[in-house]
Design a protein. Structure first.
Length: 338
């Protein structure tokens, strides 16, 4: 079943006016516990050799036509693996239509891009290299450039014994590296694990609002804070989002975008697919009363009254989701000399 249908059915069975028993705080907290391991597809298990190669490719500007842009230009570890811009800037300084999303926790992602047009990280990886507005390089040229360098030859041999250097192995290596980009343990995780002092009282009130009156958890679910589904939350933009990539899309998919996860969210403003909302405070006001009124807006988006201190509590809660991951080292790139 398509996920948007599932969402519609879930909506239909929630009978308005019939109060369901409120979950206890302990039950709520249990929904946000971190998983113990990182998933990978059976046809591309993560190995140290693939990760090493994928990381080098991720940071290598040979990917771009002009030789000046790598994946990390727009997915920059120093910026929460985004770029801090309202919308990305690609080859020839061309502005892209949408904001560069983070790649943190993409290992758990079920579908990719703001509009869900990519099914897997492997499928996604070669898109930006070939898109003339992004990095603008032909894949054959890239393969040729890489295959000439002795260190890359060795790395490919170690990562993919018996397989050629080509689009499939490049994609598998980059995807494997992306699967290692996982949020570090945050104060919120320590609180969930039982340390009452890990977060402030403001943040605890914010967590209750998030799961209660503010209704944020209707879509920002689980430890990653996403349902991997698509909704119109009334961002004031003309972009049709998911509707432009699904044939015969129902009205709910007009202006619908993938729910972003909220881990490390404080590092990643400005917010939304078009970077139109500058701060986390402004995000809360957007949901309380600032959203566009149109037919496609999700039924879960309803105006609510919010005081200044409640806005501060919600923001304090979202700030507890930033963890300290391991420091990211930048690889030294292969040259023609070695
Ligand atoms: C010029 C900036 C730019 C460059 C360079 C770039 N990206 Fe992106 N990336 C974006 C933008 C913008 C999007 C969202 C586009 C959309 O949804 O329409 C995106 C989306 C993604 C996503 C989907 C994330 C999600 O949660 O759905 C992944 C994964 C990703 N890029 C990986 C890469 C990799 C790997 C490279 C290098 C091969 C790369 N990107 C190069 C800007 C860039
Ligand atoms: C109906 C589902 C839904 C509900 C309810 C919801 N969100 Fe969202 N949220 C989304 C979607 C979808 C986006 C991306 C929308 C876009 O870019 O057009 C988003 C974007 C965001 C962003 C920006 C993320 C980024 O990377 O740009 C933040 C922060 C956020 N929501 C917090 C909240 C808070 C706080 C609440 C409760 C007050 C809430 N959300 C309620 C679905 C929802």
């Amino acid at each position: 079943m398509h996920r948007y249908l599932a969402a519609a059915i879930a909506l239909a069975v929630a009978v308005p006016g019939v109060a369901s028993a409120e979950p206890s705080l302990a039950d709520l907290k249990a929904q946000y516990r971190r998983p113990a391991s990182v998933p990978a597809p059976a046809n591309n298990p993560v190995t140290a050799e693939k990760v090493d190669l994928g990381k080098t490719l991720f940071f290598d500007p040979r990917h771009s036509g002009a030789g000046n842009m790598s994946c990390a230009t727009c997915h920059n570890p120093a910026r929460g693996w985004g770029d801090g811009l309202a919308t990305g800037i690609g080859a020839g300084e061309k502005h892209l239509g949408r904001r560069s999303p983070t790649i943190i926790n993409a290992a758990w992602g079920e579908i990719f891009m703001w509009d869900g047009r990519k099914e897997s990280l492997e499928d996604q990886a070669l898109g930006p290299i070939q898109a003339d507005v992004e990095m603008n390089k032909k894949i054959d040229e890239l393969v040729g450039d890489i295959a000439r360098l002795p260190r890359y030859q060795k790395m490919f041999k170690a990562a993919f014994p018996g397989e050629a250097i080509g689009a499939p192995t490049i994609a598998k290596a980059i995807a494997s590296y992306e699967r290692t980009v996982v949020s570090g343990e945050a104060p919120f995780d320590r609180w969930i694990a039982g340390d009452e002092n890990a977060i402030s009282e403001d943040a605890k009130r914010g967590f209750k609002l998030f799961n209660g009156k503010a209704n944020c958890a209707a879509c920002h679910k689980s430890w990653r804070f996403t349902d991997d589904s698509f909704h119109d939350i009334g961002v004031h933009s003309k972009d049709r989002g998911r509707a432009a990539v699904v044939e015969g899309a129902p009205i709910e998919l007009e202006h619908a975008f993938k729910t972003p996860g909220l881990r490390e969210i404080a590092l990643r403003g400005p917010y939304m697919h078009d970077g139109s909302v500058p701060t986390l405070e402004a995000v809360v006001y957007h949901y309380a009363s600032g959203f566009a009124q149109r037919e496609s807006v999700s039924g879960e988006i309803k105006p609510f009254k919010v005081s200044k201190s409640e806005v501060a509590d919600l923001v304090a809660f979202m700030r507890t989701l930033t963890g300290k991951g391991p420091a990211v080292t930048v690889p030294v790139l292969p040259t023609s000399e070695e």
